[in-house]
Design a protein around this ligand. Structure first.
Ligand code: NAP
Ligand code: ZN
Ligand code: ZN
Length: 353
């Protein structure tokens, strides 16, 4: 086994303790694999849900991180799409069955042949656990690696691999554009990307945040309107006024009040993954023939399309770059909605170790 396979990483070993520094083993580079040095890894709220066992018991140790950006250092003998030195990224999955109709259509996140293989807390084809981006390097099959355009910095590109595609995909699917009245609930990692992308696509964007604390930011990011959901008057004033609402909130919401803000045939897209199920009041749903739906990340072709779109339209997340030893504090700040608007770990010290 190559010494390059032993890599420093930050891992959680139980639901309550801090993440601590450790080492993990990556596999040898196979014929179709790409090895790359990780330069930056974003912190997604899903990392926190996972390590804290809010979605069920994960398989510890968990090395989170599915917003990964870096530079190729080694390629397998049959790799055709990448070369050493390329800027690349990996998002929420590193494999899927490749044979079902969804995989063949480039919708790997909806794989029906056993499901996608998560970038962490899953088991790879080799039978070994997968470990994510809070680490110095990674080995991934080239079909699950994205190309990061030169115009995007690797630090700002990282959050696009989850927060970017998770908001881009539903905006495209529900044809958000000029004339669409779009509501974005929650101004965190996903929410701020929804505002930026929605505005870039020409929609009229309204932020629905808990308070008015981030109003200046929301308007600067591209929103036309900004309301506090702690104020009950907001729901009266905005009754029947959106075509699409993207909900990015990581906690439980009083769904009826939010549904009431949708106009006839309006669509409420659930993107957040709180611990508890949604409670759907029937009257709010059928009153205006409203729909509730959900959307999970995006497939490989659409993720590439999103990266190219962001490079072309100068859309990038607002980030706070941190050292790995700040991860635990960053988690507390994310939970307290004190993130502006994505923490990105500079993994340089993990590459040296
Ligand atoms: P985040 O940065 O923590 O943003 C969530 C935002 O929700 C916060 O900034 C806050 O916005 C709002 N919020 C938090 N607690 C709240 C509460 N108790 N009541 C009302 N609003 C609250 O998280 P994220 O990384 O964007 O992820 C958001 C959710 O999406 C998570 O559940 C994550 O697991 C999920 N997710 C889903 C997908 C997918 O494929 N669908 C992909 C990635 C993540 P304000 O302060 O502005 O109110
Ligand atoms: Zn994520
Ligand atoms: Zn499949």
């Amino acid at each position: 086994m190559s010494p390059a396979n032993t890599v420093a990483a930050y891992a959680a070993t139980d639901p309550t303790g801090p993440l601590t520094k450790t080492t993990i083993e990556r596999r040898d580079v196979g014929p179709h694999d790409v090895r790359f040095d990780i330069h930056f890894a974003g912190i997604c709220h899903s990392d926190i849900h996972t390590v804290r066992a809010e979605w069920g018991q994960p398989s510890y140790p968990v090395v989170p991180g599915h917003e990964i950006a870096g530079i190729v250092t080694e390629i397998g003998s049959d790799v055709t799409r990448f070369k050493v030195g390329d800027h690349v990224g990996v998002g929420c999955f590193v494999d899927s069955c490749r044979e079902c109709k969804n995989c063949r259509a480039g919708l790997e996140q909806y794989c029906t042949g056993g499901g996608m293989t998560g970038t962490y807390n899953a088991v790879g084809r080799d039978g070994k656990p997968t470990y994510g981006g809070y680490s110095g390097s990674i080995v991934v099959d080239e079909n699950y690696v994205l190309r990061i355009p030169e115009a995007l910095g690797l630090d700002a590109a990282a959050p696009l691999l989850c927060a970017g595609i998770t908001t881009y995909s539903p905006l495209r699917h529900w044809k958000v554009g000029p004339g669409t009245r779009l509501g974005v609930v929650g101004l965190g990692g996903l929410g701020h990307m929804a505002v930026k992308l929605g505005a870039a696509m020409g929609a009229e964007v309204t932020v629905l945040s808990q308070s008015l604390k981030k109003m200046e930011d929301g308007l600067r990011l591209g929103a036309s309107h900004y309301y506090a959901t702690a104020d009950r008057a907001t729901f009266r004033e905005l009754r029947n006024s959106f075509d699409v609402i993207l909900n990015t909130v990581s906690a439980d919401l009083d769904l009826g009040r939010f549904l009431g803000m949708l106009d006839l045939d309006g669509v409420f897209v659930e993107l957040g993954l709180p611990e508890n199920p949604l409670v759907v009041p029937s009257f709010a749903l059928l009153g205006m023939r409203r729909s509730i739906t959900g959307s999970a990340i995006g497939g490989i072709p659409e993720t590439q399309e999103m990266l190219d779109y962001c490079a072309e339209h100068h859309v990038a997340p607002e980030i706070e770059v941190i050292e790995p030893d700040y991860i635990n504090e960053a988690y507390e700040r994310v939970i307290a909605s004190d993130v502006r608007y994505r923490f990105v770990i500079d993994t340089e010290s993990l590459r040296e170790a």
